[in-house]
Design a protein around this ligand. Sequence first.
Ligand code: ADP
Ligand code: MG
Length: 721
Amino acid sequence: MGRVVGIDLGTTNSVVAVIEGGKPVIIANSEGMRTTPSVVGFNKDGELVVGQMARRQAVLNPQNTFYGVKRFMGRRYAELQPESLRVAYTVRGDEEENIKIRCPRLKKEFAPEEVSAMILRKLAEEAERYLGEEVTEAVITVPAYFNDSQRQATRNAGRIAGLEVKRILNEPTAASLAYGLDRQDNQTILVFDLGGGTFDVSVLDVGDGVFEVRATSGDTQLGGNDFDRRIVDWLAESFLETNGVDLRSKDRQALQRLMEAAEKAKIELSGVSVTDINLPFITATEDGPKHIETRLDRAEFENLCGDLVSRMRRPLKLVLSDAGISPVQIDEVVLVGGGTRMPIVQQLVRSLIDRSANQNVNPDEVVAVGAAIQAGIVTREVKDILLLDVTPLSLGLETIGGVMKKLLPRNTTIPVRRSDIFSTSENNQTMVEVHVLQGEREMAADNNSLGRFKLSGIPPAPRGVAQIQVSFDIDANGILQVTARDKTTGREQSITVAGSSTLSERKVSKMIADADKFAQGDRERRERVETRNRAAALTDRAARQLKEVSLDFGSQFASHYRRRIESLSDQILDSLERDDERRLDRAQADLQDALYEMNREVRLQYEDEEDGFFDSLKRTFVGNDYEDDYSYNTRESYGEKRRRRRPSYEDEYSSEGGYYDERERPRSPRYSNSYDSSSRSESRRRRAESAPQSGSVSGRPRYPNRPLQNDWDEDDDDDWF
Ligand code: ADP
Ligand code: MG
């Protein structure tokens, strides 16, 4: 078994960790950050960007930047609260009530699972880079309060990302693993996790290698984002009052800017008691540009969020009563998630449980650390740990009159199997429908439907005679299988619940194939960019060498080659502009030949002269300097770049203090005896040798073939469908 990574796939931020030498290690991403924003975007060129890069483009390209997607995982469109739909990109429900995220840039729609898969893929790639080996297996965490369809959706996201999900682990359980790994003593702890979009609270018994969840509760639709929204509303409403414009419905960019400013203010208010909010040019009316310039103090902010804080009270009380303990029996409070940095949240916890929170765990990383420990348990790198998790919500089935009969009450320790006998409600009923439900309400309709299946072929009999045994099996991932068996005939029917709101197997397979295709497209695009970069680099090199030859041998000597080299360079630039790849290839080959010819001539001249006198020449014509040419500014188009760097013979002699970069100096001469042949085949061979291999540019930034621009058009989706 290869390495199994642990991934905290958060609503806002994601983290990947792995066990190394028996200890969990957080893997920093290529931008050097230990957490990666859970944001996926498509830039102007339709290229995928994930994490910080995607987050950065959110204001300029709001319709193609997807954040907070975890809130949509495994849910049906109709279940969403209007608040969740207030995002700057477009979310809709399809014919099957499944949620679709629209990407106008690609003229495509994604399921939330696919977007999450892109985040998972990025994290797995970061881990591969760090470990130097392929990563195909992972433990992924979910809020304990996630229902079955949300778990299945997370597992499917892993599959789409090419990861076998070895375990779906509850976030608070992960946090307790990280907290309690090295503890000998027995403790009852409360894990309180307020992330960007979800709130989770659990009570666990920890100690001596046993981690037993006693109860868990929470709210999957409550998180730090809701606090941001309160500030957004506060800003937008006062703006509406003074300017008569509702920024929330006016344009996506304004909304995105408001949200970012609100989050920033919220975070600042965790540290200071008053903060300034400045949003110049937020919009324009007939009276000209409008700005937001205001102050928000902590008291006012807490006022705005009072009801959100109250909403946390209920799950907190519930978890204590479900665990059968009183607040004084809690030995330690572990705070998880960025939201717990808010003083008002800390006060709430303090007011109910008179304990100051444990300061030894990093709230941003503790869940991923726990996921890595669980991954270590899977690979047996971590031993002697027993995890006893619970099912977060009651499970049962619909019985006559639309009543839910509970088979497994919430907080039942898993894995578990439980069954019960049911019968028919009508005479000669030969078929029963098993409708699997999850939730706490009495009536089936008020609970979450996980799926239905039919058991037929029941021998006709008076009502109440047939005996149908229904069993519920929950595995260690919290994933449920339901079986119904007719005791008379032995006929059996079962489903692994793939909830009505999650994707069918067929769709998941298609998404896996799509993701592959996407990766392939990305690769091809990258290769194209590299080819183009190489061509552009070659013209740069040609210009430089021409200039150097003129300097060393006089323009008379150079002019012999100049015309051809310049004309070929022009052809290359032109082909780049026109995207004419065949012509580009040809011109590139010819230019390499021309340079080779010129260099050969130079070499002959050099050999005619005394050693030492042309020392500088040795430096001039050695090696290829492609690498140095990979220094394009990504914001510059080739055209601009080339126009600027085109050799201009006016400034030929106004060199800015020497021609060579220090890096170029120590190269040894490359042109050796093999130059006695001037045959074309020989020159092609040379060319092949000197052409940069794609490997030679690895680790260097890749350059898009078009510049990023700031003029994202708002009418992007004009021709959508
Ligand atoms: P998730 O688990 O949803 O990915 P995180 O645990 O990373 O989320 O928490 C993200 C949330 O925490 C965001 O809403 C962010 O604004 C909030 N947050 C981060 N730092 C602070 C802070 N210092 N004060 C208040 N909120 C914060
Ligand atoms: Mg989290």
